[in-house]
Design a protein around this ligand. Structure first.
Ligand code: 5AD
Ligand code: SF4
Length: 456
């Protein structure tokens, strides 16, 4: 969502004749678009502010702005205790940025805007997208769920959906710009509602846009997952066979304190239903360890769900108190930090085994992979994503970001698969051989396209 917001901000500023520099050296202003969801997101911004304070102290004249959720959440702290910050604007104030920047520049006074809107969806702004494989589209903003641990309802305000026609028009523009994949974004996409249209209606209309080959979405809420959506996803191959389904916790009493409004059994039932309708689905999740009052027995329920459901991957977080949330007001943060850390480590350990086991099931299968970016380990290879959102590294001389390539999987790790493009196995071997030689590392490649050979 923040990447999308940065694209909106870029567009708003460009339309007011602002230009973007490559680095800080020639910049008149630096704007940090921030997240408040967990404590470590805050820490990162404080470190950046320390660096910028150093820069200002050395005489560099630069306007420092903090935008987004952290700005909304910590307005007084930022205004009072961070004199390095000249400008603060929350997620509904981006249209005021040109004015705020002009006023800071002209008067030298600091500028703040934290107003939250019930209506702002930025549907009149065309985001300035970074060319590549995927285009984000926010279909709604805000959230009304008030999970007790979560800051989003306070930083992004009340839930409001964009009109279906407006979203579909944006997807037509995206297709015209050359993107073949869109990801529909919302804090709780299954509550998308505009006039008579629900999320499944929207998905169908988006998939009809010529040129769009893949449609993803994130994130649904398990409490009101629409069964109609499952049928729609099963029937059309443009919909990626991946659902990110945040579990958060396995114990009914923790789920109740979190205000998630489903039980452990209801979560199991939903997973069974999803897998019955779309057997090839990949499921990923978010889990919070060490929420207020979480006992060893509660935690064992989370472990039980993870072991029984076998998610393809999971993001596991240590609970951190967020300002203004219901949990801060109602429940003591009473799980010791060491216990939170141990629980996170344990969940990561069991998830690593599950992910590896599930990834190994993909060996030998062929997937259509959308090319994303050069692999970080070996830039001669590409990183791409399968239809069910698994990362694949492969070599393809002629590919570029956004292309669709058929790749047969021949190796599986915990987080990434490795594969061979059907018509290029020998070239891929040569590149790998060069790479291992240059990096004096050792690697084994199982060549499934040539059936009998194991080449090391
Ligand atoms: N502490 C830890 N994790 C949190 N999340 C949201 N709020 C908190 C918090 N206070 C996690 C949830 C959510 C993901 C985006 O961040 O798991 O799904
Ligand atoms: Fe936060 Fe819950 Fe809304 Fe997700 S659904 S954004 S966790 S309040």
């Amino acid at each position: 969502m923040n990447e999308y917001d940065s694209e909106l901000i870029r567009s708003i500023l460009r339309s007011h004749q602002h230009e973007f520099t490559d680095g800080l050296a020639n910049a008149e202003a630096v704007l940090l678009n921030t997240c408040a969801i967990r404590e470590n997101a805050h820490q990162r911004i404080y470190h950046r502010l320390d660096d910028l304070r150093g820069l200002k102290n050395r005489g560099h004249k630069i306007i420092v702005g903090v935008l987004g959720c952290m700005a909304q959440n910590l307005r007084e702290e930022l205004a009072d205790r961070e004199p390095v910050v000249d400008l603060v604007a929350g997620p509904d104030s981006y249209k005021r940025l040109p004015q705020l920047l002009a006023s800071v520049r002209e008067t030298g006074d600091r500028g703040f805007d934290f107003s939250l809107s019930e209506f702002e969806t930025y549907s009149d702004i065309a985001p300035q997208r970074v060319p590549g494989s995927n285009a984000w589209v926010a279909i709604m903003r805000g959230c009304d769920n008030f999970c007790t641990f979560c800051v989003v309802p306070y930083t992004r305000g009340r839930e409001r959906s964009r009109s279906l026609e407006n979203i579909v028009n944006e997807v037509h523009r995206i297709a015209a710009e050359g993107f073949k994949q869109v990801t529909l974004l919302g804090q709780n996409v299954n509550s998308y509602c505009h006039e008579q249209n629900d999320f499944a209606d929207l998905m169908q209309r988006v998939a009809e846009v010529p040129g769009i080959r893949r449609v993803r979405f994130t994130s649904p809420h398990p409490k009101d997952f629409p069964r109609k959506l499952l049928r729609v996803m099963a029937e059309n191959e443009k919909f990626c066979k991946h659902i990110h389904l945040p579990l958060q916790a396995g114990s009914n009493s923790v789920l109740e304190r979190m205000n998630r409004t489903y039980t452990k059994q209801e979560f199991f039932d939903l997973v069974d239903e999803i897998r019955a309708v779309i057997p090839e689905i990949s499921l990923t999740t978010d889990v919070i360890a060490g929420f207020c009052g979480e006992t060893d027995e509660d935690f064992a329920h989370t472990v039980d769900v993870m072991q029984k459901v076998e998610f393809d991957s999971a993001f596991i977080f240590k609970y951190s108190e967020r300002k203004n949330t219901i949990a801060v007001r109602k429940f003591p943060d009473d799980v010791p930090d060491e216990v939170k850390t141990q629980r996170v480590m344990y969940l990561n350990e069991i998830q690593r085994e599950i992910s590896l086991r599930r990834n190994r099931l993909e060996i030998g299968k062929m997937f259509e992979v959308v090319v994303e970016e050069p692999s970080k380990k070996n830039p001669q290879e590409w990183l791409g994503r399968t239809d069910h959102s698994k990362r694949v590294v492969f070599f393809d001389e002629s590919a570029k970001p956004g292309d669709f390539v058929k790749v047969r999987i021949n190796e599986a790790g915990t987080n990434t698969l490795r594969g061979i493009v059907e018509d290029q196995p020998l070239r891929a071997l040569r590149v790998l051989a060069n790479f291992t030689e240059n990096n004096s590392a050792c690697s084994t490649l199982y060549c499934t396209t040539q059936t009998c050979n194991t080449i090391s």
